[in-house]
Every structure is written in C-alpha cells, then in structure tokens.
Design a protein around this ligand. Structure first.
Ligand code: ADP
Ligand code: MG
Length: 321
C-alpha cells in the first residue's frame, strides 16, 4: 500500500475517537487547541510501548491499541483524574492497513468508554514503537499522590493481582486451547484501568499508585514518598485460581513482582475505611485490604503460615535487566 503521511493520518486517526466540546481544534493543524474547565488542574502522563521490549513482534494490533491507552488511563486513575485528551506518537515499519485498522479499533473502543478524544500526534517510519500521552482533569488539592500515607493507614488493592505476571512467565509455553492461559493472557494484553475507582478515592485515600511494576516495587514507592514502611498479609491479597495455585506452591513472584497488573494500590486513614468500603460497594468496585503502613521503614511480608520476611522478589526495572 502506498499512502502519504497526511492521507494516513486522515484515514486512520482523524476520526479514531469521538469529538469533545472542550476541543477547539483537533487533528490537522500544527497544534491542537484545548479548553480546560475553569479551575481544574491538568493531570498529564505518557507511556511508550516498544516492540520486543513491551510486546512481542506480531502482537495483535487491536490489543496494542487498547493497552497503549490503558496504561496511560491507569496513571490518570492513580491520580484520581478524569480522562479527557490523548495524543499518539506512532513509529511504524510501514503503512500496514490491517495493522492500522486493528490498532485504531482497540484504541478507539477504550477511548470511547472514557469519552476521550485523540487530538494530535506524530507519525514516523521505523521500528514499531507506540507512545501515548494523556491529559485529565482533577480539582487542585484533590489529586491522589504517592506521598501522604501515614503509619496506621490501611492498605488496599483493587481487582486481583498476578495474572499478567503469570501470563508473561508462561508465554510461549501455553497450549493455545488452554482456557486458563487465554484468560491470563487477556489480563496481560487488555488491562482494565480503574478510572472510576480512582475518582472515588479522591478525599478518601491518603496515597495511591497504579501497580505496573509489581506490588512490592509500587508499594515501595508509596512508602518512600510518605516516609513509612508497610506490612502485608500475603493470604489477603486477592488472586485468581491460577495465581492461587502458584502461591500454594510458595511462588509469590507473580503476585509481588509480576507487574502489568494495572490495579490500584492505595492507603486509607482508619477513620475513612468504613465510608470508603460503603462507596466501593455501592459503585461495584472490588477492593481488598491487604495490610497497613507502619513506622519502621521497609516492607514486611507475613506469609500464610505465619512466617515473617523482608525478602522481596524484584520488580521490573528497564535499566537493571
Ligand atoms: P507538523 O509537521 O506540523 O508537526 P504533522 O504533519 O506531524 O504536523 O501532523 C499533522 C497533524 O496530524 C497534526 O495535527 C498532528 O497532531 C496530527 N497527527 C500526526 N500523527 C498523528 C497520529 N499518529 N495520531 C493522531 N494525530 C496525528
Ligand atoms: Mg507544524
């Protein structure tokens, strides 16, 4: 297929998402012109997915479109922000029609769920790489940050942890007809950003982060930012049946260091816990208490058999591996 850069942008991206009233000018000019709500703070974030680093060559383009936006929405969720605008920098080996259609379908479907508009970007030729930048709105002062947790605050996570990490470990080994492997894979390829939960946490949680590098590493960020330690009861961490089977074999790596969960981890002052749980029940948001923040630095793991340890499997660090 031969197509000019401008035709490609027009054909695939100009109508990839719905129009928002706060977009004065979208794709097609030198800049987008955007009109933020009066008084709102802008929450901005950006994440890149690189072939052979974050996903394997030949990965399903629809899933890539979903995930590239989902990981950014997860960052907005972790701040309690309302998603609004996205830009997309795409480096492509060539203008592959089927790939572009699939990518835009995955990206567009998730954007529609949160009424986000793709307002601009950049398209270049080269090894496949996908960068998405998002902007959301949050009331100044109401944003959730990693700091702010205090000793005695209770620790919660959303959803279940470890599925994506287990899918990564098992990638390549799984028989395609294995339904358990397919379900794990789905969690890795199409994470669900906890946007509504993040908004509900504003004014209730003392600190929050999304779990992208593994529970232990991301909890470490909350502890460092707030100047606390933490204690986790491993038996309370919510997991799927597949991950539970690993835990029962004393393999806690997927739960503690698997990464790619995109669940929210947050601390809640004791006085706020009942209100938070009631609000979550009403909103249908699954959250589970897994421990608390403590005075002493470091993370203490309490195993189901009562064993206590400070040894934690490492999370993922691009510059260490
Ligand atoms: P310029 O050369 O002025 O930077 P470009 O030719 O790169 O502009 O892009 C033309 C228009 O298309 C701009 O509005 C830009 O934001 C938009 N655009 C380019 N690539 C993408 C993309 N992958 N997704 C969305 N919008 C894009
Ligand atoms: Mg220009």
């Amino acid at each position: 297929m031969t197509i000019s850069e401008f035709d490609l942008i027009r054909r695939y991206f100009a109508d990839a998402t719905g129009a928002r009233p706060d977009v004065v000018l979208g794709i097609g000019d030198d800049c987008a012109l955007l009109h933020p709500p009066a008084g709102a703070a802008l929450a901005v974030s950006m994440d890149t997915l690189v072939e052979d680093r974050h996903f394997a060559a030949g990965a399903d383009p629809r899933s890539l479109g979903h995930k590239a936006l989902a990981v950014n929405l997860s960052d907005l969720a972790a701040m309690g922000a309302e998603p609004a605008w996205a830009t997309l920098a795409l480096t492509l080996p060539g203008p592959d029609d089927a790939w572009l259609r699939g990518f835009v379908a995955g990206f567009g479907a998730l954007a529609a769920r949160y009424r986000m508009q793709l307002v601009g970007g950049d398209t270049t030729r080269g090894p496949l790489s996908i960068t998405v930048h998002v902007t959301g709105f949050v009331q100044p002062g109401a944003a959730l940050t990693r700091g702010g947790g205090a000793p005695g605050d209770r620790l919660f996570v959303s959803g279940v942890l470890g599925d994506a990490g287990l899918a990564l470990v098992r990638a390549g080994r799984a028989d395609p007809s294995d339904r358990e492997a397919a379900a794990l894979r789905e969690r890795l390829d199409r994470p669900t950003p906890r946007v509504a939960l993040g908004r509900l946490l504003c004014g209730r949680a003392s600190a929050a982060i999304d779990v992208s590098d593994g529970l232990a590493a991301d909890l470490g960020h909350i502890c460092a930012a707030g100047g606390t330690g933490a204690r986790i009861e491993l038996a309370r961490i919510p997991v799927s049946a597949a991950v539970r089977a690993e835990c029962e074999r004393d393999n806690w790596q997927p739960v503690l260091a698997g990464g790619d969960d995109y669940e929210l981890l947050f601390s809640v002052p004791p006085a706020q816990v009942d209100g938070l749980l009631a609000a979550c029940r009403e909103a249908g948001e699954a959250v589970q208490e897994i421990g608390c923040l403590v005075d002493q630095s470091g993370i203490v793991l309490v195993y189901p058999d009562g064993r206590v340890s400070k040894d934690i499997p490492d999370g993922f660090d691009h510059f260490r591996t």
